[in-house]
Design a protein around this ligand. Structure first.
Ligand code: NDP
Length: 311
């Protein structure tokens, strides 16, 4: 048990958490940063990042995260490995308990626990992740110029990603497990009107096929007839939803119906004074590293002002 009461604890080490650590460290608040189950966040499993400002040659996700961590360390951030399994935000200082029973107390808390793309859960998906399988068109679409791509899902994200990918791909096939699309009418209409997009319904991916180095196709299963067919393609984009990592705060922090943490307008304040949220756990609209960096900075500034008002 660490009985000292910290000024600031940051949960999560994606771009939002690291930026909050850099800013609060530089403000001399000696932040304690709890790594979480995937240190570095989603960018640790991405390939090249070409749209992060300041890196005209592009930078690999793990390298960018490593640089952010070094920068936070330079300004006095202290890192703790482990995952928080319990939070008590009912009184100040807030109490966080890690899986091994360690307890930490803090006057302010920044939640930067991120979100995870949902995956199909088949083995071949893991094998070809980063070799043709992706869950982010904005991140990886550029690498599929003149390629034949499939997008899986029937919601607005699937439509949006399919439309976005037509900028690069020679053809995009939307694959959906039902006949009706969950997506809004306008988005569905836009995809229908796009000559580069075709749809296959009542189909699920049974297997992602490849030559060991890259994706070469998918095996589809018709959910009504059970028939298996092969569809050749170069890339598979999954757009079957995201899950924000907010379950730990259920009943204490307000979220929307999808579990995204609600923050006040133009701020990172949550419904609990002294608790701030930034990055993908509170943003389902943009979900970009740069926007996470932006809200991470906001959270650190908001926390600093909150602590100032307490003195
Ligand atoms: P949704 O939950 O709306 O859609 C997920 C889609 O993936 C559904 O069609 C679902 O099928 C399908 N799916 C889920 N699991 C599987 C699986 N294991 N195998 C195959 N298919 C699967 O998520 P979205 O990310 O699309 O959207 C989330 C929210 O964000 C929505 O409110 C959406 O409107 C909003 N959004 C808005 C945008 C905009 O306004 N421009 C852009 C993007 C998102 P089924 O339909 O059968 O359940």
């Amino acid at each position: 048990m660490d009985s000292a009461v910290r000024d600031i604890i940051i949960m999560g080490t994606g771009p939002a958490g690291y930026t909050a650590a850099i800013y609060s460290g530089r403000a001399n608040l000696k932040p304690l940063v709890i790594d979480g189950f995937q240190p570095g966040g989603q960018l640790m499993i991405t390939t090249e990042i070409e749209n992060f400002p300041g890196f005209p040659e592009g930078i690999r996700g793990p390298e960018l995260m490593g640089k952010m961590r070094d920068q936070a360390t330079k300004f006095g951030a202290e890192f703790v490995s482990g995952s928080v399994t319990e939070v008590d935000l009912s009184r100040s200082p807030f109490c966080l308990t890690l899986e091994d029973g360690r307890e930490y107390f803090t006057r302010s808390l920044i939640i930067a626990t991120g979100a995870n793309a949902k995956w199909l859960g088949i083995e071949s998906e893991n094998r070809y992740r980063g070799k043709g399988v992706s869950a982010c068109a904005t991140c990886d679409g550029f690498f599929f110029r003149d390629c034949n791509i499939v997008v899986v899902g029937g919601g607005d994200t699937a439509m949006e990603e399919a439309l976005y990918l037509t900028k690069f791909a020679s053809h995009v096939t939307l694959i959906h497990r039902r006949e009706e699309f969950r997506a809004s009418k306008i988005m569905t209409l836009r995809t229908r009107k796009n000559a580069k997009i075709s749809t296959m319904v009542n189909q699920v991916i049974d297997e992602i096929l490849g030559d060991g180095l890259k994706v070469t196709g998918i095996r589809l299963k018709n959910v009504q007839t059970g028939e298996l067919t092969i569809h050749p393609c170069d890339g598979v984009f999954l757009a079957i939803g995201h899950e924000p990592n907010s379950k730990l705060f259920n009943g204490q922090i307000d979220t929307d119906d999808y579990g995204y943490i609600l923050t006040k307008k133009s701020s990172t304040e949550t419904n609990v004074p002294g608790v701030f949220a930034c990055g993908d756990v509170q943003d389902f609209t943009y979900r970009q590293a740069v926007t996470a960096v932006g809200t991470g900075c906001m959270a650190a500034v908001d926390a600093e002002r909150f602590l100032e008002s307490m003195r």
